[in-house]
Design a protein around this ligand. Structure first.
Ligand code: HEC
Length: 252
């Protein structure tokens, strides 16, 4: 009885040791891992951002929006890389980029840049850095919407409400919804990816600093959507306008 119990416990120990030994391997080779599983660290992506800005941004733009080179985010990222192993991104950039000097950066720097591209495409960081041995087993997913940054003083925001005239304050946005922080775009005019709520909220009013530049009389009483910089405490917010569009010709 005693002997067999000891034998069993020895067997358990041996098994546990085997499992422990196999684990790192199992983690690296785990099937079904994707870029959404926290496959890099924030610190690594931040290193990647610096390298990207030095070696890539001149052609692909600081926000990955594309210029001389294609965009590296959103639809383009999805079209080029989704459903492929993460090694596809690493190989592409380490073999062909920067365009004038392919392969000129250390592999570790290319690796960091891969993680910057992932973070910019909406994938969250995790506890371990991305390394060469996992590239092959991690699948790239379609790009994700990045979480919206919090609204603070001088945030660039989108907000919807009713354009009205106030005796003291001049032009105001009445019954304004919650301002949503958005990324300013160079190509103003195209529709935004982040749809702001088109729901006037009673109570909130925002003073419009430079409404006169937008023929406010024409939009008076309309439900409008504004983009611009927001300032001031929440009970007396002011806003400068960089884009104005009518959502509906009435506000009831
Ligand atoms: C001198 C301009 C230039 C620089 C600098 C540059 N690229 Fe490019 N990149 C391009 C052009 C042009 C293309 C498309 C034609 C080609 O593949 O050569 C491209 C293509 C790409 C692609 C393929 C994208 C797709 O969807 O097809 C990726 C990824 C990429 N570059 C990443 C990078 C990274 C990362 C860096 C920095 C290490 C970088 N590039 C630096 C010009 C540049």
């Amino acid at each position: 009885m005693v002997r067999s119990a000891r034998a069993a416990s020895q067997l358990m120990c041996a098994l546990a040791a085997l499992i422990a030994m196999a684990q790192p391997y199992a983690r690296a080779q785990q099937p079904g891992r994707t870029v959404a599983d926290g496959v890099f660290t924030d610190r690594q992506a931040t290193r990647g951002a610096a390298a990207y800005s030095a070696s890539c941004a001149s052609c692909h733009r600081a926000d990955l929006g594309g210029a001389d080179g294609p965009a590296l985010k959103d639809e383009r990222f999805t079209r080029t890389f989704a459903a492929r192993p993460l090694s596809a991104i690493f190989d592409r950039i380490s073999r062909t980029m920067p365009r004038a000097a392919p392969g000129s950066l250390p592999d570790a720097v290319y690796m960091d840049i891969v993680t910057h591209l992932l973070r910019e495409n909406g994938f969250a960081a995790g506890a371990h850095e991305l390394t060469a041995d996992t590239l092959e087993s991690v699948e790239v997913l379609p790009t994700r919407a990045r979480p919206l940054p919090p609204v603070g003083e001088f945030s660039y925001v989108e907000v919807t409400g009713c354009l009205a005239r106030d005796q003291d304050a001049g032009w105001i946005l009445e019954r304004a919804g919650d301002p949503v922080a958005i990324t300013p775009r160079l190509n103003a005019g195209a529709p935004h990816a982040a749809p702001a709520a088109v729901r006037p909220v009673d109570g909130r009013r925002i003073q419009l600093v430079d409404a006169m530049a937008y023929e406010p009389e024409r939009h008076r009483g309309h439900l409008i959507r504004l983009r611009g910089l927001i300032m001031g405490a929440s009970n007396e917010q002011r806003m400068t306008i960089s884009e104005l569009e009518t959502v509906a010709a009435s506000c009831r």
